[in-house]
Structures are given as structure tokens and as C-alpha cells.
Design a protein around this ligand. Structure first.
Ligand SMILES: [Mn+2]
Length: 335
């Protein structure tokens, strides 16, 4: 039995596991059966040695481990190595297996599926042409390079619907059941499978409710969307919905609440027409209030019983972004 461990609840992780299996079957054919385990980021130890229970074990789209039981590894995350010792272990192994490597790391790849495809084709002669559509969507989804807010929120493409069910799957058997299908048939055929449709229906319903809730709350002023949904328990709504509703806006400042915190989400429209050098540094703004993030998106957390303080901070951040007076050029503006 060949055990493939993959990044759980991630479209690229599932595609990586599927493509690796095809590649190994076709180019080696030594494994009778493949079994799959999803790996989750967590505090402390990332792996349990007991997880590596195959005659061979592969990890795809997830962190490195020096365990000798792991015979194949592919990753593209900047944070692939948990320690300098792990990086050294990988580099030492790479020197020893030169000419016949089995572990591959390249952080310039948008998706791990893309890395596996290039290695399999260039080093082992594996024909990746049948998987062009899968590779295309793995790059779009893992790189968050949706062509528009309509594409990201409208969920029209089969791959984006599959992404939605994969990201929200809680049944541990669901993704392992899906993985072999991803390289066995077109994505729309996989989406049409009964067990996939059953998982998708409640997700689409919730997504529709999220859109309507935000439509009723989101307002735009001077290029900044604000909303407050702290009175509505709303876990895991799509962060693209505000830009879908109000595409002229450059920024969003949203208030939401979970059991343990009030969250002020601050974001930049991924499809903004404002040149990047004119955009506000969201990480720097959030850091001033004890939050953090990236240049384009960040968050500030406030204790769950301090709603007034959260509203005060949100108003300050909103005023700062409104003062920039930036708005997107929309296709309708041209006429
Ligand atoms: Mn990935």
C-alpha cells in the first residue's frame, strides 16, 4: 500500500495527490493500492510517525519531514521547512540522491500540482497533456488569480465549485474519495457525481445567504466598503463578496464576530485599477492597532466583549482609507 499525505481542505492539495498517483502508477507501477490522508497545519508537531503506514509514503503540498519512512515529497510553500535542521536534512538528502531525487521543493511555483507535473514530465517522461485543465485551475485557485470578482463569487466554473466543497469538507472520507476522480475524468464530470452534489448543495445555499446578508449591510463611501455583521454568526464567508457587490471600491473594512473575538477585516480589492504603488499598506495600518497581515490584506482582533472599541477602531481605519479618495475605473466608466 502506498500512503499519500496531502494538504487537507485545499484544491491544490487534492489535485497534487491525484496527479502524483497517476504519475507513480504510470511511471513506476510498483504500488498495488493508494490510500490518502489529509494533513492540517497545527501548533507543535505537524506529523505523527504512525501516519506513515504505507510500504511507501509521499507528502504533497505540505511541510517537509526528515522521517525516513517518507520516500517522496513535493512542496512549493515558503514555509516548507519547520526548522533550519529540516532544511539541512533536505539539502543533504538532495546531494546524496543527485541524479535520482525523490524530494522536490520549488517556491517559485504557483501550485504544487504544477511542480509535480513539470518534474514528472521532465525527469520521468510522464505525459501531462491530459491534465492541462486541472493544472490551469490549480494555478488559478492556489494563486488566487481569479479573473474577476464575478468569477470568484459567481462560482460558475466547475473547478471553483469543487474548490468550495473541498475547502469546507469535514467528512474525512470525502476528499480521499474525490482524489482519484480528479485525474480520471473532466472536472465537470467529477462535479456531477452524486456524493459531490450532496456536499455542494448546502454550501451553495450558505453562500447565497452570505451574499444576501452582505448585500443588506455593505455600503461604499469614497472607495471604502464598510459592513458590520457582528450580530450574525457567519463563519467562513467568501472575502470576495464585498468587491462583487460594490466593484468600484478599492478597500473593505468589515466587522464580524466569532465565539472568541471580534474581527476587523481590512482588505484591498484584488481587481483594483489603482496602481500598486498608490495603494495603502494594510499590514502597517493593522499593526498600529495590534493586528497584522500582508500589504494588501490584514486583520485586527478585539476581545469579544468590546464591540464599542472594535467599532471605534473600524471607524478610524475607514476614515484613513476614505481620505485617500481612491476608486476603481469600471468598464462602464469608459462609455
Ligand atoms: Mn499548494
Amino acid at each position: 500500500m502506498f500512503r499519500v499525505l496531502f494538504h487537507n481542505n485545499c484544491f491544490d492539495g487534492a489535485c497534487s495527490a491525484s496527479l502524483f498517483t497517476r504519475f507513480h502508477r504510470e511511471c513506476f507501477g510498483t504500488a498495488g493500492e493508494f490510500r490518502y490522508t489529509g494533513l492540517q497545519h497545527r501548533a507543535g508537531e505537524q506529523f505523527r510517525e504512525a501516519d506513515f503506514d504505507g510500504d511507501e509514503n509521499a507528502i504533497v503540498d505540505f511541510k517537509y519531514t526528515p522521517s525516513p519512512k517518507v520516500t517522496w515529497w513535493f512542496d512549493h510553500h515558503q514555509s516548507a521547512f519547520l526548522s533550519e535542521a529540516d532544511r539541512k536534512h533536505f539539502e543533504h538528502g538532495a546531494r546524496q540522491t543527485k541524479g535520482n531525487p525523490r524530494k522536490f521543493f520549488n517556491e517559485t511555483y504557483t501550485s504544487c500540482t504544477g511542480l509535480i507535473a513539470d518534474v514528472a514530465r521532465e525527469r520521468f517522461g510522464f505525459d501531462t497533456a491530459p491534465y492541462a485543465d486541472l493544472l490551469h485551475w490549480a494555478d488559478i485557485i492556489d494563486g488566487a488569480k481569479f479573473e474577476s470578482a464575478d468569477a470568484a463569487v459567481g462560482l460558475a466554473a466547475p473547478a471553483i465549485k469543487l474548490m468550495t466543497v473541498i475547502e469546507s469538507a469535514s467528512d474525512p472520507d470525502f476528499i480521499p474519495r474525490l482524489i482519484p476522480l480528479l485525474t480520471a475524468q473532466p472536472l465537470d464530470a467529477t462535479l456531477g457525481e452524486n456524493f459531490v452534489q450532496e456536499a455542494l448543495a448546502p454550501r451553495l445555499e450558505k453562500h447565497g445567504r452570505d451574499i444576501e446578508l452582505l448585500r443588506s449591510r455593505a455600503v461604499e463611501r469614497r472607495g471604502v466598503i464598510t459592513f458590520d455583521i457582528t450580530d450574525q454568526p457567519t463563519e467562513g464567508y467568501s472575502k470576495f463578496i464585498p468587491y462583487y457587490l460594490l466593484p468600484q471600491a478599492v478597500y473593505v473594512v468589515g466587522l464580524s464576530k466569532s465565539s472568541f473575538r471580534i474581527k476587523i477585516s481590512v482588505g484591498t480589492n484584488p481587481w483594483t485599477t489603482v496602481p500598486v504603488e498608490h495603494l495603502a499598506n494594510i499590514a502597517a495600518i493593522c499593526e498600529r492597532y495590534g493586528g497584522g497581515g500582508h500589504p494588501r490584506v490584514g486583520a485586527i482582533s478585539v476581545p469579544v466583549d468590546q464591540l464599542a472599541e472594535a467599532k471605534r477602531i473600524a471607524a478610524e481605519v475607514t476614515a484613513e482609507l476614505e481620505a485617500l479618495g481612491q476608486r476603481n475605473r469600471l468598464p462602464t466608466d469608459a462609455a
